[in-house]
Every structure is written in structure tokens, then in C-alpha cells.
Design a protein around this ligand. Structure first.
Ligand SMILES: Nc1ncnc2c1ncn2[C@@H]1O[C@H](COP(=O)(O)OP(=O)(O)OP(=O)(O)O)[C@@H](O)[C@H]1O
Ligand SMILES: [Mg+2]
Length: 327
């Protein structure tokens, strides 16, 4: 079998604050194949954006990648120098930041910002870069004659498209889209999503789509990782996640959304996510889990492959078969 495009192994990224270390990403592992879209979902604060920053070696202060490997096409990004990373970032792997509205520089013209990304990575003339920028704008559905506009002259949807253009213009192999549609209204959201899907097919991109919108995941992703308190607790293909999930948290999360499959009986997971400086011992989900037992309080569940390509971290996953634990 071909090597995966991206392999994340036991990655840990913490923020070091006065109260201690915030274990925002605390030992996650997954693989992403070529041309595949992976959804990364979970409640606010569970570590989704931090995962993106840790992969790109862009951890904001006071954060640091403390352990693990991020192997992109055979190269471990954690071991690269900042200088080497500057060459790899955008060219090999790029990101659409959460809140694209603020990620664009307000005092620079949209076209110039995209050209800057091209010129930084490619040895081409100003004219060729301009042509490439205009082509890319066209591809993402922005009229190239608007290239000389400033961000404030663009609508939310157009800014998001410009951000996508910027992330793609350097032709990376992997793109991380952090909540690419959250700030948009429903019709624009659908358009941007379709756009990402079509570009993904066109360029055979591998995509990590971060979102807390499970409907988006159902529509756009091949595989889904569910995160809870700095850990991935379940990872499987999208059909398995929606039809045969085995983690009580995944079950609760999906059944808390009225419009989703299998939500005939609505569930709301009690309580709220734990603090990440002193997360609960054992399984981090145990204080909110309907089937937690003694072992869950004491022992952290191993993230294991319960069936082919279905990974889970739960002591009682087998017990979940055909049972309604949230009754
Ligand atoms: N700069 C920082 N300093 C300290 N703690 C941080 C910092 N940035 C994030 N955190 C903490 O790390 C944890 C994970 O945050 P992160 O932004 O990755 O969550 P998220 O899943 O992306 O949430 P959202 O859905 O709201 O975007 C949170 O507990 C957050 O408070
Ligand atoms: Mg986030």
C-alpha cells in the first residue's frame, strides 16, 4: 500500500501558563491518505486549532510541540528548523485560518497578498505571478478584476474564497481548513464547501477540515476524527462514524444535533469539557460518561484499532454494540 500523505504520531502540544501546562493536544495519532478529506470535530476548546498549529509548526506563544512526529510525505516536520519549515509551509502544506476575515492583512490589496505567497515560494517573474494569482481568483470564483480591492471591500464569502486562493496558489499537497465556513451564512457556506470539494478533486489534495458542524462533516469528509479534551477518542470512515460509532461521546455529540441521522431521540451530553491543566485521571471523558466504571477512573484507555480502520479510545467500546447508552 502507498504511504500515507500525512502521518501524525503521538503528537503533544501544550501551552505553558502560570497555572501549569495546558494539554491542548495530548498524544494524538492519525494518518491521512492522498486525496482524502478528514474531518476533525469536537466541542470548543478541545484542541482542534492547536492540532493545526502543531502540525504546521506554528504554535503561538506560550505554546510548544513537546512530543511526537508529523510526517509529511516521509519528512518529519517536528525536526525541521524554522528556516526549513518556511520553505515547506504553503508550498507543501497550507492552512486556511479560523476566521479568515481577520487573517487577511487589511492594509494590503487582496491580489498583492496572494502574489506575495507565490513570489515567496517560486522563482517566477512579477508578471507570471500576477497571471497565476488572477487564474487562482477565477478558480475560486472571485472576479480577477477585484484583485486590487482591499479586504474590507470584500464580503465575508469573498474573503473566505480569497483565503482559500492564498492557501492553494502554491499548490500544496495538504491543506488544513480551520472552520472554513463558520462565519458565513448558510447559502455562502454551501458554496464555499462545494468549492473546497471541487478543488480537492481537481488537485487531488489531502484536506483536514476542522469544524464543529457535523452536518458539514457528513457531507464533505471521507474520514472523521472526534476530539475530546486534547485527545482523539474515535477515528473512522464517515459512514462508520454516523452509523456504527462506538464511543459514548461520539454518540452523544451526533445525537445532540436534531437534523442528523439517528437523532430520533435527542441527547444532550451533561456537564462541560474539563480544564486542560489538570484533566481528569483515567479516561478524560469519565465524569460525563453514562457507562463509566471503576477502570475508567483509573486507567487511560488505549487508542486502539477495534475493527479495520476504526480506532477508538474507550474501555467499554465492545459494550456499545447495539446498545443505547444515552437512554
Ligand atoms: N495561546 C494560548 N495560551 C494558553 N492556552 C491556550 C492558547 N490557545 C489555546 N489555548 C487553550 O488550548 C485549548 C485548545 O484550544 P483550541 O483553540 O485548539 O480549541 P478548538 O478546538 O480549536 O476550539 P474552537 O472550536 O473554539 O475553535 C483550550 O483549552 C484553550 O484555552
Ligand atoms: Mg479552533
Amino acid at each position: 500500500m502507498a504511504k500515507p500523505m500525512l502521518e501524525v504520531k503521538d503528537l503533544k502540544a501544550h501551552f505553558f501558563i502560570e497555572a501549569g501546562s495546558v494539554k491542548a493536544v495530548d498524544g494524538i495519532s492519525f494518518t491521512l491518505e492522498r486525496g482524502e478529506t478528514m474531518g476533525l470535530a469536537g466541542e470548543s476548546g478541545c484542541g482542534k486549532s492547536t492540532t493545526a498549529y502543531a502540525i504546521l509548526q506554528l504554535m503561538p506563544y506560550p505554546g510548544k510541540v513537546v512530543e511526537g512526529e508529523v510526517i509529511l510525505d516521509g519528512i518529519d516536520l517536528v525536526q525541521r528548523s524554522p528556516e526549513e519549515m518556511r520553505k515547506i509551509r504553503w508550498k507543501e502544506i497550507s492552512i486556511c485560518f479560523q476566521g479568515a476575515m481577520n487573517a487577511l492583512n487589511p492594509v494590503l490589496r487582496i491580489g498583492d497578498q496572494i502574489m506575495e505567497a507565490i513570489l515567496l515560494h517560486e522563482d517566477i517573474s512579477q508578471d507570471d505571478a500576477r497571471r497565476k494569482m488572477e487564474d487562482m481568483l477565477e478558480t475560486v470564483g472571485v472576479d480577477p478584476t477585484r484583485a486590487d480591492n482591499y479586504p474590507h471591500e470584500f464580503s465575508g464569502g469573498m474573503k473566505q474564497r480569497a483565503m482559500i486562493a492564498m492557501a492553494l496558489v502554491t499548490e500544496p499537497k495538504v491543506i488544513i481548513a480551520d472552520e472554513p465556513t463558520t462565519a458565513l451564512d448558510v447559502t455562502v457556506e454551501a458554496q464555499v464547501l462545494k468549492l473546497i470539494q471541487s478543488l480537492q478533486k481537481k488537485y487531488n489534495l489531502s484536506v483536514i477540515m476542522i469544524t464543529h458542524d457535523l452536518a458539514t462533516i457528513a457531507e464533505a469528509c471521507d474520514r472523521v476524527a472526534i476530539m475530546y479534551a486534547g485527545k482523539i477518542i474515535e477515528y473512522a470512515d464517515v459512514v462508520t462514524i454516523f452509523k456504527e460509532r462506538l464511543h459514548p461521546y461520539t454518540e452523544g455529540l451526533i445525537r445532540s444535533v436534531p437534523s442528523l441521522l439517528g437523532s430520533d431521540h435527542l441527547v444532550s451530553v451533561p456537564g462541560s469539557p474539563p480544564g486542560l491543566v489538570f484533566p481528569p485521571e483515567g479516561c478524560r471523558f469519565h465524569p460525563r460518561c453514562p457507562i463509566a466504571s471503576e477502570v475508567c477512573l483509573q486507567k487511560e484507555p488505549v487508542f486502539r484499532e477495534i475493527r479495520k480502520k476504526h480506532f477508538i479510545a474507550c474501555h467499554h467500546a465492545e459494550q456499545m454494540w447495539g446498545k443505547d447508552v444515552w437512554k
